[in-house]
Ligand binder design. Structure first.
Ligand code: ADP
Ligand code: MG
Ligand code: MG
Length: 216
């Protein structure tokens, strides 16, 4: 599969894992301000497991198998509220790719869009958070909306990801404007105003690492 899309996915996931390890302290500090200060550790533990399993992942046959294995890994290694939510994210991506033939032109990008939509819907169902609750969903919901916007039906990956990324950035910035109403940040009430949600900040970090090289 060298050079094929599965390789691209594999490398994007590894870049995401690496940045979460590099920025562990920063995420911990951000979670300490409004939560319980374990987000950096939660995510970097999962990221290390992903990197440790890197060779095993290379032998998997196609993106659906890849994301299914990733989901199990995240479920087992990411702690906190983030663990099950990220496991569901990967599982949704797997479902998006479930009936994709690697040879069909355009099928891979369509699968990613579909997978992202399924994943974000499932995360909303699991966590019960909606847009505006000041969680990581404020980064992910707008991004999923852009990916599935009709105006991007014929857009290439670079343009699509650039637009999705800026929607995620806007959504993350908006989390600093109001108090969190889901997750531990909701316990600190008004004190979470002025600080972007750490979970949304983490989404931006890994998404920039994963998609940055494709966006250019
Ligand atoms: P915990 O609060 O269990 O320590 P983490 O530190 O792993 O969880 O993750 C905290 C992040 O999880 C928050 O910043 C927020 O983005 C996200 N989060 C919390 N609750 C929810 C929820 N119900 N739905 C979606 N995301 C949530
Ligand atoms: Mg926490
Ligand atoms: Mg915790």
């Amino acid at each position: 599969e060298a050079g094929g899309f599965p390789r691209e996915i594999h490398e994007a996931v590894l870049r995401a894992a690496e940045v979460l390890i590099d920025r562990e302290e920063e995420l911990t500090r951000a979670d300490r301000a409004v939560g319980d200060g374990d987000l950096g550790v939660n995510l970097s533990r999962g990221a290390k497991a992903v990197i440790d399993s890197s060779e095993k992942f290379e032998t998997l046959n196609g993106p659906a198998a890849h994301f299914t294995a990733l989901s199990a890994l995240l479920r087992n290694h990411v702690g906190g509220t983030s663990g099950p939510l990220y496991a569901v994210l990967a599982l949704g991506l797997a479902r998006g790719y479930s009936d994709v033939s690697a040879r069909e032109p355009g099928a891979q990008l369509a699968a990613l869009k579909r997978g992202f939509r399924i994943a974000v819907d499932d995360m909303c169902h699991l966590g019960g958070a909606e847009e505006g609750d000041s969680t990581m969903m404020d980064a992910l919901i707008p991004a999923a909306r852009v990916l599935n916007d009709e105006k991007h039906e014929n857009s290439g990956a670079a343009e699509l990801f650039r637009d999705a990324m800026s929607a995620a950035e806007k959504g993350t910035a908006s989390t600093a404007e109001y108090a969190a109403s889901k997750g531990r940040s909701s316990y600190v009430g008004e004190r979470s105003i002025g600080t972007p949600d750490p979970g949304a900040t983490a989404v931006l970090l890994w998404a920039r690492a994963a998609f940055g090289p494709i966006v250019g």
